[in-house]
Design a protein around this ligand. Structure first.
Ligand SMILES: Cc1cc2nc3c(=O)[nH]c(=O)nc-3n(C[C@H](O)[C@H](O)[C@H](O)COP(=O)(O)OP(=O)(O)OC[C@H]3O[C@@H](n4cnc5c(N)ncnc54)[C@H](O)[C@@H]3O)c2cc1C
Length: 375
């Protein structure tokens, strides 16, 4: 026991990668989680996550994604199993819309390979997809999906093998700084660490309230639709897709197992006050909305739901992440407000948080994500 070099609160999507990076760097690290990750109570469950590089959200994310891709490859090698599946990601929307113009900007600025399709070509090349009127498509081939729970489990297993101490079912009840170190209160006693990293996902609202950035939690629903159509299988070359339609922004995955084709809506979502109140409840209006998208754009897919899940987005006001050293507290670093698009970055975020604590700096271009952009 004694004093740890670093304590990490939350060992979910980003925290598991962070604990691994710290253990690999030789730090004496402890990771705490209120549950037993991978679990289905936060933001990192539901089997798969989209990973892509030509980032419509902002070109400044691309260098972080290039680092993340290297990180996922390293994890696959260290874990000895495939975790990234490059099915390609097809994004469809109006030519001047947010997605298509955003992808073009990022690809041009960073020299990324993308393939463009006209409306007519989309129907021919991707049978099974009926694109909305007046849209075009862009396919990024070096993109696809990650197995989210398996990535977390691999990071935690490898971190433990490297000497990290992991405490599951151990919520940090409170934390405070005292004489150059951090004290974490748990039901089992106080943990002392020279530095603290907070990776609390949707619990960031409580853990990081003194960051003074208003975040809000949205509950999102995932549906796995039964499928018999060969058009929608990964074997049949069906890619991960995102579609900007007049009704909203929807995304989905090829069928990879007997559960079927997973589809969800990215925009919208039901605000909830507190991550602790999150339950795997159903939302009939959300499901009807997703199924009207299916009728219009994936007409061969059944509307029989084999499985559904609810998961949490933690939104910042501008939907960009919060990352870095705390603006006023020496030795405290955090990631928060991943706004529903953070998992693909987890391998890079873990390395960056590790560098900030172990080396006191990072070469990664994260300035655009600092919390002080809101002050
Ligand atoms: C439905 C859905 C679809 C998504 N799709 C994508 C996608 O396709 N691509 C993509 O890149 N991203 C996607 N995201 C976003 C991405 O999954 C998240 O941004 C990311 O997984 C969040 O990781 P995290 O570590 O911040 O949170 P979590 O994985 O939730 O981890 C936070 C951890 O902190 C622990 N914790 C909290 N408070 C305490 C405490 N006091 N003490 C101890 N432990 C504590 C929790 O138990 C939890 O394990 C999606 C999210 C959802 C919900």
């Amino acid at each position: 026991m004694g004093t740890y070099d670093v304590a990490v609160i939350g060992t979910g999507g980003v925290g598991s990668a962070t604990v691994y990076a710290l253990a690999k760097a030789g730090a004496k690290v402890i990771g705490l989680d209120r549950f037993d990750p991978p679990h289905d109570r936060g933001s990192s469950h539901g089997d798969t996550r989209v990973v892509r590089k030509a980032y419509f959200e902002h070109p400044d994310y691309v260098p972080l994604l290039q680092q993340a891709y290297r990180g996922w490859q390293h994890l696959e090698e260290a874990a000895g199993k495939q975790l990234y599946f490059p099915t390609g990601v097809l994004q469809i929307g109006p030519s001047e819309g947010e997605i298509i113009s955003g992808i073009r900007n990022s690809a041009q600025e960073h020299g990324l390979a993308i393939e463009s399709y006209t409306f007519d070509e989309l129907g021919q090349v991707f049978p099974g997809i009926k694109p909305p009127e007046n849209t075009v498509g862009i396919l990024e081939r070096d993109a696809g999906y990650l197995l989210v729970s398996e990535c977390i489990a691999a990071y935690l297993r490898l971190a433990k093998e490297l000497g990290a101490e992991l405490r599951t079912n151990t919520p940090a009840l409170d934390w405070h700084a005292r004489e150059g170190e951090y004290l974490l209160e748990t039901a089992g006693g106080v943990i002392q660490a020279k530095q603290l990293i907070i990776c609390g996902g949707p619990w960031a609202l409580q853990l990081l309230d003194d960051l003074e950035v208003p975040m809000r939690i949205l509950q999102k629903h995932l549906y796995w639709y039964d499928n018999t159509a060969p058009e929608y299988t990964a074997d049949g070359s069906f890619p991960v897709f995102l579609m900007e339609t007049p009704g909203g922004l929807y995304y989905g995955f090829p069928q990879i197992d007997a559960q079927g084709v997973k589809v969800s809506r990215h925009d919208g979502g039901m605000p909830i006050e507190h991550a602790g109140w999150h339950a795997q409840m159903e939302d009939a209006a959300d499901r009807a909305d997703v199924e009207s998208f299916l009728s219009a754009c994936l007409p061969e897919l059944s509307h029989t739901v084999n499985r559904q899940a609810a998961c949490l987005y933690t939104m910042t006001p501008d939907q960009h992440f919060l990352l870095g050293p705390h603006p006023r507290r020496q030795g405290l670093h955090y990631v928060a407000g991943l706004s529903g698009h953070g998992f693909k970055f987890a391998s890079a975020l873990g390395e960056i948080l590790c560098d900030l604590t172990v080396k006191g700096k990072t070469s990664a271009p994260i300035g655009f994500l600092r919390a002080t952009r809101f002050y």
